[in-house]
Design a protein around this ligand. Structure first.
Ligand SMILES: [Zn+2]
Length: 266
């Protein structure tokens, strides 16, 4: 599954959300590397669903599939871009498909059909769910339905240049990699024989002495289930598709799947 990535390789946020012309919305402005016209990249693989060339070249871009948001949720994503001066860059048109990371748009200063009115920048808003047309919010500004804070949507990685993040903490992809060490279960968790949901669940009698103390049952032939709040040590991490497994001295425990996280790193 793709992670929802930030749209400007040079992050320089010049106006935050819920303020100024962004009152009532989670839109931000990004000025890119400098006062020139920087390119904007596709935050995920997706398709252009709508363009309004008569105004500010507003582009509505929807993900092909559900993507992972930086807050850990999984959903379709829609992004709205504004202000590119015409003509549209990179052969953009409604129905055009782009792969994640491709150049798709260029900063600009277009306003009400006139180019170069503003200093060049990108106005961008991120939302969960498939494309729905924008709406005028109670403050009189156009906004995406189901919009979310940018830092709850987008990841960055080490290729991004963070010039100014406006105090918003964007999660780096590399901090999402699971590391060896101690984890705490957030739910009651099965202890399995292998790194797969098809692997059988161990019996209480097969756990280590320490493991037995954390099991939901004392009966030797009951299934081995760690209580919520159990701390265990991951000696090996293995990934199987969307599943991430930890091998502990007592057996395998699922850390996450495509829906949620089951254990927290300590
Ligand atoms: Zn703006």
């Amino acid at each position: 599954m793709e992670k929802f990535m930030y749209v400007s390789p040079y992050m320089r946020i010049t106006q935050g959300y819920l303020m100024g012309s962004h009152v009532g919305s989670y839109a931000i402005d990004d000025g890119g590397s400098d006062s020139g016209k920087d390119y904007i990249i596709a935050p995920y693989s997706g398709t252009v669903k709508q363009i309004y060339p008569q105004y500010e070249n507003e582009v509505f871009y929807e993900s092909d599939n559900p993507v992972e948001f930086a807050d850990g949720t999984v959903d379709y994503a829609t992004t709205m871009f504004l202000h590119q001066d015409s003509p549209m860059a990179y052969d953009m048109h409604v129905g055009k498909h782009y792969n994640q990371g491709e150049k798709i748009y260029i900063e600009g200063g277009r306003y009400k059909g006139k180019n170069g009115v503003f200093a060049t920048h990108l106005h961008v808003e991120f939302a969960r769910g498939k494309y729905q047309d924008w709406y005028k919010n109670s403050c009189g500004y156009y906004s995406l339905p189901n919009a979310k804070k940018p830092e709850d949507c987008c990841f960055i990685d080490d290729t991004y240049h963070i010039l100014y993040n406006y105090g918003y903490n964007f999660k780096n992809v590399k901090d999402c990699e699971y590391k060896l060490g101690n984890y705490k279960t957030l739910y009651n968790m099965n202890v399995r024989r292998g790194a797969s949901i098809d692997s059988g669940i161990k019996k209480v009698k097969e756990l280590t002495e320490d493991g037995k103390r954390n099991a939901t049952s004392y009966i030797p032939d009951d299934n081995a289930v760690y209580k919520k709040g159990t701390i265990f040590t991951a000696k090996v991490i293995s990934k199987q598709g969307n599943y991430v497994w930890a091998k502990s001295p007592s057996g395998y425990i699922c850390l996450k799947d495509n829906k949620m996280e089951y254990c927290k790193k300590l």
